[in-house]
Design a protein around this ligand. Structure first.
Ligand SMILES: Nc1ncnc2c1ncn2[C@@H]1O[C@H](COP(=O)(O)OP(=O)(O)OP(=O)(O)O)[C@@H](O)[C@H]1O
Length: 234
């Protein structure tokens, strides 16, 4: 069964009298444990699409199922619950909470959405910090660590709830080339270890190269799909 299944999805924003057709009837499927990137020029609809997959903003038409559940029929509360259970996010500006330590930042989603006993929760956070190479940095605050380390913490936070899907909107935009490469390798390692699907949007050629499936968007339409061995399908 595919993990994400989009059929004829559309997203139209209404701005006063003007309708902006950001996504114009596209179809795609994403399998479990995939490493996928949406690419395309600015304004082509990448963030809009990620927001829909992340249950942040529903499509205005079409069908979108994630882990077999139709997210277009969920109300806001159901969508928030589903998001908390199954979807993790990594942002280009890291979005760590400055007044919380590294450990507390990773622990935060478990406190918010999942009622884990303290001992199990602490062990889970420590294992994720170890997995991303930040096991000895848990007591530091975000201002005391580098950009690459912040993104490692963000990856740990995205995975701590055992999310099936991690969405990353331009995850390397604020990192230098070498650090960006390390973060991409880390995400791939996490995919291999936990079977999590990673879905990116990017302009970054390094992220594009590392993706096993690339969906190209232009003006809200899906132009083509390219997979690892260079084949294309429309
Ligand atoms: N909340 C909104 N209200 C109205 N129009 C919007 C809104 N969000 C996005 N759009 C429009 O939808 C289209 C797609 O925008 P989107 O942000 O998804 O593109 P993008 O490919 O992610 O761009 P970028 O690479 O610059 O981030 C654009 O025309 C944009 O102006």
């Amino acid at each position: 069964m595919s993990l994400v299944n989009a059929t004829c999805i559309e997203k139209t924003y209404q701005v006063g009298d003007i309708s902006v057709r950001a996504i114009r009837g596209i179809d795609f499927t994403i399998d479990p444990a995939s490493f996928v990137s949406f690419v395309g020029p600015s304004g082509s609809g990448k963030s809009t699409l990620l927001n829909m997959i992340g249950c942040l903003d529903p499509p205005t038409a079409g069908s979108l199922t994630i882990i077999g559940q139709d997210i277009t029929i969920m109300d806001r509360k159901q969508a928030a619950h589903f998001r908390g259970e199954h979807i993790g996010f990594v942002f280009q500006d890291f979005n760590l909470i400055p007044v919380l330590t590294v450990f507390e930042n990773v622990e935060y989603p478990l406190l918010m959405v999942q009622n884990w006993p303290t001992k199990k929760r602490k062990a889970r956070v420590n294992s994720l910090l170890e997995a991303v190479g930040m096991g000895d940095q848990g007591n530091k605050y975000p201002r005391q660590i580098s950009g690459g380390q912040k993104q490692r913490v963000a990856v740990a936070r995205a995975l701590v709830t055992n999310a099936k899907v991690v969405l990353a909107d331009e995850p390397t935009a604020n990192l230098d080339g070498e650090t960006a490469n390390r973060i991409i390798s880390l995400m791939k390692k996490m995919r291999d270890e936990f079977g999590t699907t990673f879905i990116f949007s990017t302009h970054d050629p390094k992220v594009m190269q590392s993706a096993e499936i690339i969906f190209t968007l232009e003006d809200g339409k899906l132009l083509k799909r390219r997979n690892d061995n260079g084949g294309t399908n429309d």
